[in-house]
Design a protein around this ligand. Structure first.
Ligand code: FES
Ligand code: FE2
Length: 334
């Protein structure tokens, strides 16, 4: 049997971790002890994402996310650290850091140290996710925001989560790779990308590298249904590299909110939340639908985990959307 050369791993996807808003997790799954029963700040939570060790805490008003290593002498703030009066307290020498990451106090000293600045990541809490902004350059503020994508009338109907040894761009390219739907997922016919636009527009252009971080793609796909073959429309809206909403309209409307969080340069965690529009038909088809999306995702995993990125691919005439997607995706690499 042919074995994969280890050196191939390093070049499977020769791009850095992209910048953007990424989910640290669903708010409901963040350890509950970050906020005490009386609403006070509580414990410190450690996690790994964007190739870094991170910590999160709640300062009484909002979640804060920071690098895990103390700028004093490098202790891990999530191992023995605590929150006191909204400030993160390092376990090693008990220097404290406020919600902006600034040093707030030093024991046995009436001065603080301006150099002891914790690297902070701007956070937001929308659609049930705690998101953080990551850019390799800590001085770059968020260049776009993610609006509320799921309104209150939508009814949750399923969740899923995987960590995959792949890269966000490789996985996101799936939605406009129409031929693979036939051969990997068993679609009865070749679908078509009807339109792909980006916003905000830049110099009047709605596509390509010059256009904005939000991308709207409309696909026409043939579905096999109990009533025979039906044309269905699939709207994929991407909000940078970390969040997408896919709206499936066939007999009812189902939305899939998916977040992709790079863990390191080789693994991503994907979290899916499904919703239907409350119509009887949508509610009825939702369970089978959720099952089918999960099945299709799992069919893609062996391809993603073993493929390598081909920078200059040989494409068929109907695969122009792949080239367009790639030029849009290029804007997220600093
Ligand atoms: S290492 Fe954090 S206070 Fe010293
Ligand atoms: Fe797929």
């Amino acid at each position: 049997m042919q074995t994969i050369d280890a050196s191939i791993g390093a070049v499977r996807f020769p791009k850095p971790i992209p910048f953007g808003w990424f989910s640290a997790g669903r708010v409901g799954e963040i350890p509950s002890d970050l906020i005490t029963a009386d609403g006070e700040a509580g414990a410190v939570w450690s996690f790994r994402a964007v190739g870094r060790e991170l910590v999160a805490w709640h300062d009484g008003e909002q979640y804060r996310i920071a690098d895990a290593f103390c700028p004093h002498l490098g202790a891990h703030l999530g191992v023995g650290g605590r929150v006191d009066d909204g400030c993160l307290v390092c376990p090693f020498h008990e220097w404290t850091f406020d919600g902006s990451g600034a040093n707030a106090s030093i024991p046995f000293s009436d001065r603080t140290n301006a150099k002891a600045q914790l690297r902070m990541y701007p956070t937001s809490e929308i659609d049930g996710h705690l998101r953080f902004w990551y850019h390799p350059d800590p001085t770059v503020e968020p260049t776009w925001e993610i609006p509320t994508l799921i309104d209150d009338s939508m009814i949750p109907c399923g969740t899923a989560e995987w960590t995959v040894a792949s890269y966000w761009q490789e996985m996101a390219e799936n939605s406009i790779d129409m031929a693979h739907f036939v051969f990997i997922h068993g679609s009865p016919g070749l679908g078509e990308v009807v339109s792909a636009t980006s916003e905000p527009t830049v110099n009047g252009s709605t596509s390509g590298r010059s256009a904005g971080p939000i991308r709207h793609v409309i696909n026409k796909t043939v579905y096999e249904t109990p009533k025979g073959l039906e044309d269905g429309e699939l709207n994929v809206d991407m909000y940078g590299p970390g969040t997408s909403v896919t709206t499936f309209a066939l007999f009812g409307t189902i939305k899939l909110l998916a977040t992709t969080t790079p863990i390191d340069n080789g693994h991503c965690t994907i979290r899916m939340n499904f919703f239907h529009d409350g119509q009887e038909l949508s509610a009825a088809i939702a369970p089978a639908f959720v099952k089918e999306v999960k099945r299709q995702f799992e069919q893609d995993i062996p391809i993603w985990e073993n493929k390598r990125f081909v920078a200059s691919p040989a494409l068929a005439s109907y695969e122009k959307p792949i080239t367009e997607f790639r030029s849009w995706a290029a804007q997220f690499y600093a």
